[in-house]
Design a protein around this ligand. Structure first.
Ligand code: SAM
Length: 354
């Protein structure tokens, strides 16, 4: 079997590894290998997106959720969570503030809250697109019916984030109660792609029961599915969930996977996630230096921010939007990157930097 370095070179050249090769990379890598991959991934990202970092303003408009995912702080059974739902007007106010701060993408995220109907969400999307025609709208509201995705797309939604969580069906079953189905999650992702959304999939690194085999399966899934966006962050425990005593995910492995995703799908939009910034104070900078090119600061009203607690100690819940954007601009400048005022769409131009 080739060394990990040789496999990283092969991935860069062929944008493909087979299952055994992924497993070798994931079980055999050293810190030097990780840095080697980060350098390559950073060069690929610079070749396609330059030293530009795209920002997305995330509006967490409801923490009410019908699902009971074992890892998630806003799961239905968490009676400690103080539930809230913003109105469409309040969401529009967040966009207004965000627009002034330079955001040209708004991400509307929530639990699976049937009280905020798809019809109301369509109206909200239409209002945002009418008010800010130069902005993209990304939705991240979970699993819906095909017709609902179609209606939201017709209303003007451009992108959709739906992490697949794990490409291993048995692993999925250990993270979710029986009423949730891996097949349905995959059906949703297929629908989103077919409907023309820029589609985001992704995983938590170090989720309970995750093995190198699971992650190898995730990488094979990314290669097949070709998402325009990949959300990867460490699993972090939440004190009021069944996984409260589980180990958090590995920071280094998260960075390594960001780099491997950049090498696998060079053009992919890759956020340095809030969870990465939570696990380490400079996690998002290191994410960018490992090949990520997107940051998603919080635009939710301050009164509700602390209530959208997916995991303990989530970063940015005490900072107002303006301050956190200013801080991100400074932090990016310090590592030689520039936060830009643009929609930051997927760049599907052929990558010919090699
Ligand atoms: N309800 C929508 C959905 O299911 O896609 C969007 C909201 S959901 C809370 C967004 C993502 O948060 C999930 O896909 C999951 O990967 C992540 N997440 C939830 N709990 C987490 C935890 N304890 N640690 C890290 N990430 C977590």
């Amino acid at each position: 079997m080739a060394s990990v370095r040789e496999l990283i070179d092969k991935l860069e050249k062929n944008r493909h590894l087979d299952r055994e090769e992924w497993q070798e990379v994931l079980t055999g890598y050293t810190e030097d290998d990780r840095r080697y991959a980060a350098d390559k991934a950073r060069a690929v990202s610079l070749g396609i997106y330059g030293n530009k970092v795209f920002i997305r303003g995330i509006v967490e408009f409801s923490n009410i959720c019908k699902n009971d995912c074992y890892y998630c702080g806003i799961r239905r059974s968490n009676s400690e969570a103080q539930r809230y739902r913003l109105t469409a007007d309040e969401i529009l106010e967040c966009c207004e503030e965000g627009y002034g701060l330079g955001f040209r993408t708004f991400v509307l995220q929530s639990g699976e809250d049937r009280g905020f109907s798809t019809q109301l969400l369509c109206e909200t999307v239409r209002r945002i697109k009418a008010e800010y025609p130069d902005c993209a709208v990304t939705l991240s509201v979970g699993e819906l019916e095909t017709d609902e995705y179609r209606a939201l797309r017709a209303a003007g939604a451009d992108r959709y984030l739906l992490r697949h969580e794990t490409a291993d069906k048995a692993h999925y079953g250990k993270l979710h109660p029986v009423e949730m189905s891996w097949d349905n999650r995959m059906r949703c992702l297929g629908d989103l792609k077919k409907l023309g959304y820029q589609t985001g999939a992704g995983i938590m690194v170090g989720s309970p029961y995750q093995t190198a085999e699971c992650i190898a399966e995730d990488m094979l899934f990314f290669e097949r599915f070709r998402p325009e966006m990949i959300g990867i962050g460490p699993f972090l425990p939440h004190k009021d969930t069944p996984f409260r005593d589980r180990e958090k995910g590995s920071y280094e492995l998260t960075l390594f996977l960001l780099s491997l995703c950049r090498l696998l799908l060079p053009n992919v939009l890759l956020p340095a996630t809030t969870a990465l910034g939570t696990i380490r104070p400079d996690g998002r900078e290191q994410g960018i230096l490992s090949g990520a090119n997107v940051i998603m600061p919080n635009l939710s009203p301050e009164a509700v921010r602390r209530k959208y607690m997916l995991y303990d100690n989530k970063v940015g819940t005490d900072t107002e939007a303006k301050k956190s954007v200013d801080e991100i601009r400074k932090r990016m400048a310090a590592i030689g990157y520039e936060v830009v005022v643009t929609r930051g769409d997927y760049n599907d131009k052929a990558c010919d930097i090699r």
